[in-house]
Design a protein around this ligand. Structure first.
Ligand SMILES: Cc1cc2nc3c(=O)[nH]c(=O)nc-3n(C[C@H](O)[C@H](O)[C@H](O)COP(=O)(O)O)c2cc1C
Length: 208
């Protein structure tokens, strides 16, 4: 696909065809794209836990759920049809270690030096490459978060070190038949145009 078509064709999909598996080779392709993401100091402080059996995705949903007995709501019922989940983890320690090296010189490992948490930024960039790559492969995906109070349980369930953070989870699969997936109500807000979000030279001088 043309790059612009991939970008414009991407939308979050929250219901999948559960009977249609994603080939292992396709997942490898998507992971190969993810590791091409930029990263501060080339720290590459990301890890991806790929869940591609019903048993493993079930472990995720059980660990991330806050209501033990409740019936899944429409969002959860749709998302649970995804044959693949990719947990996108960031690793802050890897950045502190990398920037303590002589060429960077932040040997005090002081968190206050960081303008924003680059470990999360970089992992998010890698996640976007997976989402775009999925569109290019004819797949659909949705990036979603894990609430703070469920992070430790999910990390523990999959044996990930507690210093990691789940920046987000990407559900992947072939989309459900038309009409099954419901557009997010958030989309009613409309897309902010570049005449509003882009500033020409100074903030407030709108792009025209
Ligand atoms: C950081 C982040 C967190 C998100 N969390 C959720 C989520 O928890 N549940 C969900 O259904 N969608 C989630 N989304 C998807 C957004 O709702 C979606 O990107 C937005 O409504 C625009 O729709 P589009 O991506 O289909 O264009 C998230 C997206 C991002 C970037």
């Amino acid at each position: 696909m043309e790059f612009g078509d991939v970008v414009r064709g991407r939308r979050m999909v929250r219901a999948y065809d559960p009977g249609r598996a994603v080939a292992e080779g396709t997942l490898t392709e998507l992971l190969e794209l993810a590791i091409r993401a930029p990263s501060a100091g080339f720290s590459q402080g990301w890890d991806f836990v790929v869940l591609r059996t019903a048993a493993d995705t079930g472990r995720f949903w059980a660990a991330s759920k806050d209501d033990e007995d409740g019936e899944p709501d429409r969002w959860l019922a749709g998302m649970q049809t995804a044959p693949v989940l990719v947990l996108c983890l960031s690793d802050r320690e890897r950045y502190l270690d990398r920037y303590a090296e002589p060429d960077k010189g932040w040997s005090d490992r002081d968190s206050a030096r960081w303008p924003v948490p680059y470990w999360d930024v970089d992992t998010g960039m890698a996640g976007l490459l997976i989402l775009l790559g999925a569109v290019d492969e004819g797949l659909s995906g949705c990036f979603f978060g894990v609430p703070p109070e469920r992070q430790a349980a999910v990390l523990a369930e999959f044996g990930a070190p507690s210093g990691h953070r789940i920046v987000g989870v990407i559900s992947l699969g072939y989309p459900a038949p038309p009409g099954v997936d419901r557009r997010s109500p958030s989309l009613r807000r409309g897309r902010r145009p570049i005449t509003e979000v882009a500033h020409d030279g100074d903030y407030g001088v709108h792009w025209s």
